[in-house]
Design a protein around this ligand. Structure first.
Ligand code: UD1
Length: 334
């Protein structure tokens, strides 16, 4: 069984993936600076799996610490979740984003090289597709064009760095997973999305409105060319997404492989609100406001490649994600 190092493993997607990996018998260590996650996640992982991963509270920019972790860890594979991810903040602080995300990745690759670790799975994003003529995004589409913010560009640049490195090192295996919109929580209700500060993405904002921490959801435009006028996105349950990483680990190939991880089915903002209201039995205060700059009317994944090559497909839908999110919110309050 492979031994895995998960960077950002206490974060939202990282923690769900660590659980799926441990449940499948993998040994997983975590490195995280706890910038956007809490140490208590380790207790929850232990409650769910019966195993407590070895944890290093460290930053990828700390080269000496990284060297020590790799020297002692004898890893087979790295899953690289760690990174700053707030779109708006990245516009305000581009250098911080480039330094953290890109330099951090380069240090990680250098440590892997030094200690003979050849496999990496990288958390990329559908954001690398930018603006396309067709809303169904396929892996073969051009990336890096019309990206609107530094966060998105860090994902694109890191993909390119991996491609360049794969040319230089024939043993290198990188799988780039382009996530669509992750939502939901573990069915136990013990872990879920718990952002520090004010969130920017739809689902955590809905959660804050439900808890009364934000007074209402601003729906960014209802004049888009979609059936109900609101934008449509491909929301993927975080546990399905986590299982996509396990499938990726099991199918590593030499060179760089790229997979979309999405459901293939878009849901509008109004449909998301309706699904949340149905699951919670409560009305969610909303107000239609103007469009948000940079939003596409609709986009969804063509996830055929992951199905064909990884034998992976989603099994949960938006209603499942809403149920699990509400269960998580209720558990957090207990
Ligand atoms: C956004 C980012 C994308 C990033 C992704 C995950 C932009 C333009 N895109 O994608 O680069 O990879 O998050 O971090 O920021 N919405 C509302 N009200 C809100 C919040 C969102 O109506 O308060 C709508 C949006 O207009 C959109 C949908 O909800 O139609 C989803 O928004 P969001 O969760 O921010 O994800 P994306 O826009 O898909």
């Amino acid at each position: 069984m492979k031994k895995i190092l998960a960077t950002g493993g206490t974060g939202y997607i990282g923690s769900h993936t660590v659980i799926e990996l441990i449940n499948d018998g993998y040994e997983v260590d975590i490195i995280d600076n706890l910038f956007n996650s809490k140490i208590t996640v380790l207790d929850q992982i232990e409650k769910i799996t019966g195993k407590r991963p070895t944890f290093f509270q460290a930053d990828l920019l700390d080269e000496a610490k990284l060297d020590e972790i790799f020297r002692d860890g004898h890893y087979d594979t790295v899953i690289h979740f760690a990174g700053l991810k707030a779109v708006g903040e990245s516009v305000e602080k581009p250098l911080e984003y480039y330094h953290n995300n890109i330099t951090g990745t380069v240090y990680l690759l250098e440590a892997m090289k030094k200690y003979g670790v050849h496999e990496i799975v990288f958390s990329s994003s559908a954001t690398v597709y930018g603006v396309q003529d067709n809303p169904e995004f396929v892996e073969t589409m051009t990336t890096g064009m019309n990206l609107t913010n530094p966060y998105g560009r860090t994902k694109y640049f890191i993909e390119e760095i991996m491609k360049d490195y794969a040319i230089a090192d024939p043993e290198f295996k990188a799988t780039l997973l382009r996530y669509f919109n992750p939502i939901g929580a573990h069915e136990s209700g013990l872990i879920g999305e718990d952002p520090n500060g004010i969130p920017n993405n739809l689902m955590p904002i809905i959660m804050c409105v439900a808890e009364g921490r934000i007074d209402k959801l601003h729906i960014y435009g209802d004049d888009y060319p979609t059936a109900d006028g609101t934008c449509r996105r491909d929301y993927i349950h975080v546990v399905d997404l986590a299982k996509g990483h396990v499938a990726a680990i099991e199918h590593m190939k030499n060179g760089v492989e790229i997979y979309n991880l999405g459901t293939g089915t878009p849901t509008s903002v109004k449909e998301m609100v309706a699904a949340f209201e149905k699951a919670s039995g409560k009305e969610l205060p909303c107000e239609i406001t103007g469009r948000r700059a940079g939003d596409l009317a609709e986009m969804w994944a063509n996830a055929d490649k992951a199905k064909r090559e990884l034998g992976w497909q989603t099994t949960l839908n938006v209603d499942d994600a809403m149920r699990d999110t509400i269960n998580y919110l209720n558990k957090v309050k207990e």
